[in-house]
Design a protein. Structure first.
Length: 305
């Protein structure tokens, strides 16, 4: 049978990625980082994960599925996989979720969470009810995966809507799904994903309107604040229940620049954060080559060996 050139190219990329994993594990990684692993104080009670969104090009093109993604994460020697909902098999059922869970278990990995799209920035009505139902459905799916966390969105402020009223709409949507989260033992993390959560002040205002709840907090994305990013992250970090780490951040000059991993560590430690730190790679370099390097840098920075 003739070979598929596209498959050959992917195989070569995967082979290169495997070689990069080996080099990164041996400490041959790019970038200026802290001291060698033996000299780095471990950040206690954190674990590293990789978001499936990081391999979105191959997942969207059908060159990789979530089972293959789990296998690749096992090569990277991370503790967890974040299975982004966009890449689940079409028309999947509960058996498929159990297969993913078992596959991760067989590779020594934990499904650290899943991530979904939703919009709670809506007034009461049929559309809002559908959004609430979708989040409840994914809470059930996360529980089937034994995943402890679901990343949710707030949504965009509708044209002409009052911001304070819209903050209330989002909080109402979150409160509507929290009983299901508690029942299934799944924590919901509201991401700072632009829109009405573009500023830490509004993100925190939503959290205040929801009220203190052990099954709710912030999914802190290090790359999504567009002004005063490190200061905004520091303001939101005390309520974080999950962290997604991007390799780029908007600096004080308003330009995108490489994230300062040591500064991120300092922010999270000061906030008392404990939990998963998932790399969500959106960089310009080939992810097969770049992700192993970034995982190695994260391991050194956080002392996770």
């Amino acid at each position: 049978m003739p070979r598929d050139p596209a498959t050959d190219r992917l195989s070569r990329r995967q082979a290169l990625g495997t070689a990069v994993v080996a080099l990164a594990s041996a400490g041959v990684a790019q970038g200026s980082d802290p001291a060698p692993p033996a000299q780095v104080r471990r950040y206690r009670n954190v674990q590293l994960s990789l978001a499936a969104y990081s391999r979105r090009q191959d997942l969207e093109a059908g060159r990789m599925d979530l089972f293959g993604f789990i296998d690749w994460c096992a090569q990277l020697d991370v503790a967890g996989v974040e299975l982004t909902s966009y890449y689940f098999r079409k028309d999947f059922d509960a058996a498929y979720l159990r297969q993913l869970r078992r596959h991760a278990f067989s590779r020594g990995l934990t499904v650290s969470g899943t991530a979904i799209r939703n919009n709670f920035c809506l007034p009461p009505g049929a559309q809002k009810d559908r959004e609430v139902a979708q989040v409840k459905q994914w809470i059930d799916r996360a529980a089937e995966l034994f995943a402890p966390h679901v990343r949710i969105f707030a949504g965009e402020l509708p044209p002409g809507a009052d911001r304070a009223e819209a903050i209330g709409w989002v909080a109402e949507g979150i409160r509507a799904v929290l009983p299901a989260a508690e029942q299934r033992g799944v924590v919901l993390g509201l991401e700072n994903h632009g829109g009405i959560t573009a500023r830490a002040a509004d993100l925190l205002a939503i959290c205040d309107r929801v009220g203190a709840d052990p099954w709710f907090g912030i999914n802190l994305d290090t790359g999504n604040f567009r002004t005063g990013a490190y200061e905004e992250l520091a303001a939101a970090a005390p309520r974080a229940v999950n962290v997604q780490l991007k390799v780029d951040i908007v600096g004080e000059n308003g330009q995108s620049q490489e994230v300062d991993l040591q500064r991120i560590r300092a922010i999270l430690e000061k906030a008392g954060y404990r939990g998963w730190i998932a790399l969500e790679y959106e960089g310009r370099a080939d992810p097969v080559e770049a992700i192993p390097m970034w995982i190695a840098r994260m391991k050194r920075t956080f002392g996770v060996l």
